[in-house]
Design a protein. Structure first.
Length: 149
């Protein structure tokens, strides 16, 4: 499972002209599920997202996690995070899980994040989404449950 984690001032998801999910200060997560992923991968990603210290306090620029900073989380399904562009010019998405496998794990990640006490907004799995965000920093962190990078 892979995630692109962005610290944002605000972020929202629009589908068919309607805003379906939004957060003010917090995290925008692009989440991709791979064919080899399981509940353990979801737990790893959720733990990292919940405790990633990338928000400022009065002593350091990256010392608080999203909860300590009073932020929320917007999770957007994005199979493209599983893309492999090491060869050629067109990424391969062979590692990306199909919708039948990916959707329940995506929903489980959202559920587990909410269980930590954070407010969670979501996109619409499989939809053509317009994601709007104002990145703060910019701060962008890559997570991989297999720890390949």
């Amino acid at each position: 499972m892979r995630a692109v984690v962005q610290r944002v001032v605000e972020a929202s998801v629009v589908v068919d002209g309607e805003t379906i999910g939004s957060v003010e200060q917090g995290l925008l997560i692009y989440l991709g599920v791979e064919t080899t992923d399981s509940e353990d991968d979801a737990k790893y990603i959720v733990n990292k997202i919940r405790h990633l210290r990338i928000f400022p306090d009065h002593t350091k620029p990256m010392n608080k996690d999203v909860s300590e900073s009073g932020g929320a989380v917007l999770v957007v399904s994005a199979f493209t995070t599983a893309g492999d562009a090491r060869r050629g010019r067109r990424p391969s998405f062979d590692a990306a899980a199909n919708g039948d496998m990916a959707e329940p794990l995506y929903e489980r990640v959202c559920e587990m994040i909410a269980e930590t006490g954070l407010n969670v907004a979501t996109g619409s799995f499989g939809a053509d989404m317009a994601v709007k965000s104002v990145n703060d920093g910019p701060v962008c962190i890559l997570l991989d449950s297999k720890r390949t990078f």
